[in-house]
Design a protein around this ligand. Structure first.
Ligand SMILES: Cc1cc2nc3c(=O)[nH]c(=O)nc-3n(C[C@H](O)[C@H](O)[C@H](O)COP(=O)(O)OP(=O)(O)OC[C@H]3O[C@@H](n4cnc5c(N)ncnc54)[C@H](O)[C@@H]3O)c2cc1C
Length: 220
């Protein structure tokens, strides 16, 4: 629970917190979109999208009706919804990502219409929990990795699909830090878009791009 405020580069790099510093042989920065560290090299490469998730009250027999095979589902739209039942038969439903870079203020208000459109039988269902977090979006959707200096590395940007991908990249980074660079080099060669004045223009451009693809989908 210690926030890293700075990374000191050198033969023995260090991470600096409010109360002390930790020196190491190598440092790996994997904070995704939650920090502004190493701005000089990373600024303009990754942008926050806010995703909301809700869970309904336990659904009892309705759960069996709406999802008889107890499947985890995601739809195949560009800005997708995803859902499954929890062990106590609530519907856990996520989606409706917001690309403005601002936190969603009314997660239930945003997701209830999506739930009721997907499952008309759940009209008016009580929502008991809701939360929202940021995901790091990269323009070409390819995870970004690289070296910030000889012994400081970074890996980030799974564009909302990091549950499996972050583990694959974790293995690639572990191999790289211990001397096997083959797979690291493959990803490190990928060209990434760096948006000039990313702090200012990144999220408006991202929101416009997502809107464009959503419109294409609606017209199809
Ligand atoms: C609402 C939502 C729904 C999602 N649904 C899915 C899904 O269904 N499937 C899927 O594949 N992916 C999903 N994702 C995306 C997935 O969660 C992320 O891609 C993945 O968690 C990214 O992993 P990470 O380790 O890079 O970053 P994170 O999981 O964000 O971890 C970064 C860590 O770094 C820490 N950190 C940041 N800055 C500092 C600092 N300065 N000092 C110290 N610590 C710091 C943070 O506290 C955090 O613990 C979803 C994301 C959200 C927000």
């Amino acid at each position: 629970n210690s926030e890293v405020l700075d990374i000191v580069h050198g033969p023995r790099p260090a991470v600096v917190t409010a109360h002390g510093r930790v020196e190491a042989r190598q440092v790996m920065l994997a904070g995704d979109v939650y920090h502004k560290l190493e701005n000089r090299q990373l600024k303009g490469k990754i942008f926050p999208a806010m995703g909301g998730i809700v869970t309904t009250a336990p659904l009892g027999e309705l759960a069996e009706q709406i999802n008889p095979q107890d499947l985890a589902v995601y739809d195949c739209r560009f800005v997708l919804d995803y859902y499954r039942l929890t062990a106590d038969k609530r519907l856990l439903f996520g989606g409706g990502a917001n690309y403005s870079g601002r936190d969603s203020r009314d997660i239930e208000g945003e997701l209830r219409p999506c739930i009721e459109r997907t499952f008309p039988a759940l009209k008016g269902v009580p929502i008991e929990f809701q939360w929202s977090c940021a995901m790091g979006i990269v323009v070409n959707r390819i995870p970004q990795l690289g070296k910030l200096s000889d012994n400081v590395w970074y890996c980030q940007g799974y564009s909302g699909h990091g549950i499996a991908t972050s583990h694959i990249m974790g293995e690639i980074m572990a191999e790289a830090l211990t001397g096997t660079l083959q797979q690291f080099d493959t990803f490190a060669q990928c060209k990434h878009v760096r948006v000039p004045m990313g702090d200012l223009l990144g999220n408006p451009l991202l929101a416009a791009g997502m809107w464009y693809y959503q419109m294409l989908e609606k017209l199809r």
